[in-house]
Ligand binder design. Structure first.
Ligand code: FAD
Ligand code: UDP
Length: 364
């Protein structure tokens, strides 16, 4: 065997496993079908501005081990994500907190805000929420649901909020304090100089073959390594033999603008249904630099179709049933399936790293 491991995909899962295995003396080859490393966390330099090519990425975790791990490759800054929501030209703070409640209703104390929300959640009669709409109304009431959640969510997922799982909206905190920090985790930041720098460090000493699709020559690669770690879509690995899993895709429209500061914030969400994009990100605010120009990206969600990048798994009941059947097939293969696409899981970066490190400690 030429390699101990062939890893399919140079995203975060592939890069962490490659780094750890190489450190333990294993011979590793990464096969990546894109023209660059890093998967969806890839950043690219635009005259000094680090552009998040596949959407805004903010690192956050409660796990000190994971925070120290990423900081061992690259220094992180103290960026705190405080997005704004633009609804019909009016701005609201996110996540849902005392600032948002004041902007909506003029409530000034937690008690006033709590009462207002209680009035609006009565319609559900304390029913256990069974979908995203019910969960949202239970958490923040109908006003916020109608203005800041419904339109955004239906654009993002292309489905009615009643057909979406409740867990998606529980990603967002609801706070009775004047705190606009989107995440509640202890540690948060963005790598100074970009995520690509972090991945480059992880992959020092690892052989990487870019522009190469593993599935086009799988027998050849399987004969070259003792083990395969696969981080692509699980249904693609099985030639979609049981049917297609659904994904959401995104189109990124990026513009360079001759102004030093376009929107004054890294992320602004557009929560009404009629604006076709979900958010505009202004890259220089993640990793501030003093430049006369700026780069912004509008994010347009769409249903995944052949040839698109699959960004988000759609974890509704129908897809989860199908995924479980693929997972059964996977058990019979001598292959490790890991990461957001192979595990069909709405993983954040810190969770991907934890899962990759757990895998390595089991493997070795
Ligand atoms: P990927 O990054 O998708 O890597 C998989 C790699 O495998 C890709 O490079 C792909 O090209 C390659 N590949 C697939 N099939 C093949 C094949 N057949 N042959 C060769 N190569 C193949 N997380 C956060 O923590 N904070 C955030 O703010 C955040 N924002 C996000 C915003 C967006 C728009 C998206 C889509 C995700 C966001 N995430 C965020 C999640 C984060 O991107 C993922 O958790 C992480 O990047 C997943 O890493 P991965 O290695 O599992 O997958
Ligand atoms: N969401 C919303 N309004 C917003 C921001 C988020 O309704 O202004 C909902 C939406 O359903 C989204 C979910 O909250 O899919 C999770 O948001 P998050 O910012 O975590 O999404 P991601 O960054 O992963 O796309």
């Amino acid at each position: 065997m030429k390699y101990d491991y062939i890893i399919v995909g140079s995203g975060l899962f592939g890069s962490v496993t490659a780094h750890e295995l190489t450190n333990k003396g294993k011979k590793v080859l990464i096969i990546e079908k894109r023209s660059h490393i890093g998967g969806n966390i890839y950043t690219e330099d635009n005259n000094g501005i680090q552009v998040h090519k596949y959407g805004a990425h903010i690192f956050h975790t409660n796990d000190k081990v994971i925070w120290d791990y990423v900081n061992s490759f690259v220094e992180f800054n103290r960026f705190t994500n405080s997005p704004l929501a633009n609804y019909k030209g009016q701005l609201f703070n996110l996540p849902f907190n005392m600032n948002t409640f004041y902007q909506l209703w003029g409530t000034k104390t937690p008690e006033e805000a709590y009462k207002k929300i209680q009035e609006q959640t009565k319609e559900l009669n304390k029913k256990e929420p069974s979908n995203l709409e019910e969960q949202a109304i239970t958490l923040v009431g109908r006003d916020i649901y109608e203005k800041l959640i419904k339109g955004y969510t239906e654009k993002q997922w292309g489905r009615d909020c009643k057909e979406l799982p409740a867990f998606i909206i529980r990603r967002l905190p609801v706070r009775y304090t004047y705190d606009n920090n989107y995440f509640s985790d202890k540690y948060q930041g963005v790598p100074i100089g970009g995520y690509t720098k972090m991945i480059e460090k992880m992959l020092e000493g690892v052989e990487v073959k870019l522009n190469t699709d593993f599935l086009e020559n799988r027998e050849m690669y399987q004969a070259m390594a003792d083990k395969i770690i696969y981080t692509g879509p699980i249904d693609e690995y099985f030639n979609k033999s049981l049917g297609k899993l659904e994904y959401r895709s995104l189109e990124f429209k990026t513009k360079t603008i001759k102004t030093s500061n376009y929107q004054g914030n890294a992320v602004i969400n557009f929560t009404e249904r009629d604006v076709p994009y979900t958010r505009i990100i202004e890259h220089k605010h993640f990793d501030p630099v003093d430049t006369a120009h700026t780069v912004i990206t509008e994010e347009y969600p769409s249903e995944w179709k052949e040839g698109d990048e699959p960004y988000y798994p759609v974890n509704d009941d129908k897809n989860m049933e199908l995924f479980k059947r693929y997972r059964e097939l996977a058990k019979a293969e001598n292959i490790i399936f890991g990461g957001r696409l192979a595990e069909y899981k709405y993983y954040d970066m810190h969770q991907v790293i934890r899962s990759a490190l757990n895998l390595i400690s089991k493997e070795l």
